[in-house]
Each structure stands twice: as C-alpha cells, then as structure tokens.
Design a protein around this ligand. Structure first.
Ligand code: 6AU
Length: 336
C-alpha cells in the first residue's frame, strides 16, 4: 500500500481557475468556496469544489473527507505517473475529487424520470466521483428540472458526464451539443466514437466554446457489450489519434475484462485516463449482452474510474451498495 502522508505537489485547484464558465466564477480554493447555487436554472461554474457538510443531510459518512488543498497535495502520490503526466485541468480535478471523497465510482444514473435521478444522487452523492447521465432516456425531461439535477450533482463536487455517444462529422456534432437538450451548457464530459475521424473532437470542443465553457471528451476505445465491433486494430487507431488531441480526457475501456484493460493501458500510456463500464460485484453476463467484471480487478488492471449503474441503482440498499463500490475502488487504487 502506498504511503499517502506527506506530499508537496502543487495544488491542482489552481487549474480550475483556468476553466471557463458560463457564469461568474467564485474562488474555489477556500474552505467555504462552494455554495449551493441560488439560481436553479444556471450552472454556476464548471465542476467546483463542494462543502460536504452542507450536503450530508444527517447521513453518516465514514470515509475521511479531505479538503481540496490537502487532497491536491496527496493526489500526486496516490495517482503517480497519471498525475505527473496529466496536465489537463479536468483530469486533475477528477483525480483530486477521487482523493477527496475516496471513491473512483462514476454513477450511471440510467433512470427514466428526473425525480428518480434526483433522489438517487441525494442518496449516493457522497460515494461518487462523477455522475453519468443519458439525457435522452428521461421521459419527463425539461430544462428547469435538469438544471436542478446538475446543480445537485455540482453541490456533491462531481463532474457531469452526458453519455449520448456522438459519432457524426465535426460540424453536426457541434450542432448536437446545442439543440433541445443544450448539452454544451451543462455537461463537463461527453462520449464520442471516433468512427467518423478525429474532427469530431474539435466539433465537440467548438460546441463548448460556443457557450464559453470547456469540457473533456472520452473516446470509446473498447466496449463492454458482447460482440461489439471495436477490435484491437480499431482500439489502437483510436488511441493513436486521441493521444494527439488536447480535448481528449481519456478512453472508455472494457471493464468486464481485466486483460483488455491492461492491454489498453499499455497503448494509452500515462497521460490519458481509462474509464470502464461493465462493472459489478456479480461478474459475468448481464442483461442484453452486457458483461461485468469485478471493481477491484478493473482498478488493478488500470482502470481510473469505475462506471457503475445497475450495481447501485438496482440494489436493495443503494447507499450501502455505493459505499461498498467506493470502498473497494479506493482500496484497489491504494494497492495498485
Ligand atoms: O452498470 P450498468 O450495466 O447498469 O450500466 C453501464 C453504463 C450504461 C452504458 O451506457 C455505459 O455504462 N456503457 C458505456 C459507456 C459509459 O460509454 C460503454 C460500454 O461499452 N458499455 C456500457 O455499458 O449507462
């Protein structure tokens, strides 16, 4: 296990000030920097730090929470090469959040109503480092309710990832960042296939620029579903192209197969992250071609973020389940 006591790494919160927001920024580097936004319709800033005390609502939180400053100085030791090679503000912010909250869990909140999503975030927020949404599966979607969900997630200190998988030409992808859902205005991260070529990355970045925001793209290099067409040659091409682009935060890897994650890590190197779906404590085949691997195995093999959906939202006690995934993921990171 790593010694995580004394570090002298520059505080990554400084990077946050470089991120453009659509609303005036508040200082993020003080103990009371984060407030719950007064205007529910506005995303106050990109992915601020958070005041966990105001959000616990009486729930006892067992892992020790670290303030951003302390977590920032510990991140270099805990993340090793990934921290030193990754200058991206988004990557560093995510890594700091992991250290603050002691979890590598990204919640895949694949639920069909805004109330259900909101209740789930409130319940498991302290145990997650990122929130992944599918805006187009929500039946009762409207922008007001959605902004409340986003602000709730921000108050938990997590990035908001819209997982509508973009795959079109650059110009159309930029337009799709706008449209009825206006993804560019609230998502910090989006997913893209590289099937149409690398210009999609610029198209998505232009989408954010149109509203004076920044974001990170996760490229699908592997998939967790049975029979997918992303073979090794395709994976290599995606990584070779993606590693040249500043706007690429990292890659989606196949969480159900530690060998595949290890192989992906070898070609990705240490200056991009690997985030993995297909994670469950019950490993093997899931519904409709999904496949699952164990959270600890995935992190030890090289996953930097565990995307967990049904393992949490279909559990009898969602809070206990989220806490367990968080505990396992954090311990595995310390052990790797
Ligand atoms: O844990 P689950 O199986 O309930 O949910 C897995 C989540 C879903 C999928 O849309 C997503 O992960 N996913 C992805 C992503 C994140 O892009 C890629 C993939 O290959 N497999 C996969 O399941 O929200």
């Amino acid at each position: 296990m790593r010694d995580v006591s004394v570090k002298n790494i520059a505080n990554p919160s400084a990077n946050i000030s470089n991120i453009t927001s659509i609303a005036p920024k508040k200082p993020v580097n003080s103990a009371n920097a984060m407030e719950i936004p007064a205007e529910p319709l506005m995303i106050r800033s990109n992915w601020p730090t958070f005041d966990i005390k105001s959000k616990l609502n009486g729930i006892r939180y067992s892992p020790s929470f670290r303030r951003t400053k302390q977590a920032g100085s510990m991140s270099g030791e805990i993340w090793g090469d990934l921290w030193s090679s990754n200058q991206s503000a988004f990557a560093r912010r995510y890594m700091t959040t992991v250290v603050e909250k002691e979890t590598l869990v990204c919640l895949a909140a694949d639920l069909r109503t805004m109330d259900e999503i909101s209740a789930l975030i409130t319940e498991v927020g302290p145990y997650i480092a990122c929130l992944k949404l599918h805006v187009d599966i929500v039946n009762d979607w409207n922008i007001e309710g959605w902004m409340r969900i986003c602000n709730e997630a921000r108050s938990q200190g997590v990035a908001i990832w819209e997982d509508r998988k973009f795959a079109d030409i650059g110009r159309v992808s930029r337009q799709q960042m706008a449209g009825a859902f206006d993804i560019r205005s609230w998502a910090d991260i989006v997913t893209a296939h590289l099937i149409s070529g690398p210009d999609i990355i610029q198209g998505l970045q232009d989408g954010w620029s149109d509203v004076e925001r920044d974001g990170g793209v996760l490229l699908l290099a592997q998939m967790s579903s049975r029979g997918n067409l992303l073979d090794e040659k395709y994976t290599k091409t995606v990584v070779n192209l993606g590693n040249k682009e500043d706007g690429v935060l990292g890659y989606i890897g196949n969480g159900s197969d530690p060998g595949a994650i290890q192989a992906l890590r070898e070609i990705v190197g240490s200056n991009r992250m690997i985030w993995t779906p297909g994670i469950n404590l019950t490993i093997g085949d899931g519904v409709a071609g999904q496949r699952y691997g164990h959270p600890r195995e995935a992190v030890l093999a090289g996953s930097d973020c565990l995307i967990v959906g049904s393992g949490i939202h279909q559990s009898q006690d969602r809070r206990v389940a989220a806490a367990e995934y968080a505990r396992i993921s954090w311990q595995a990171l310390l052990d790797r």
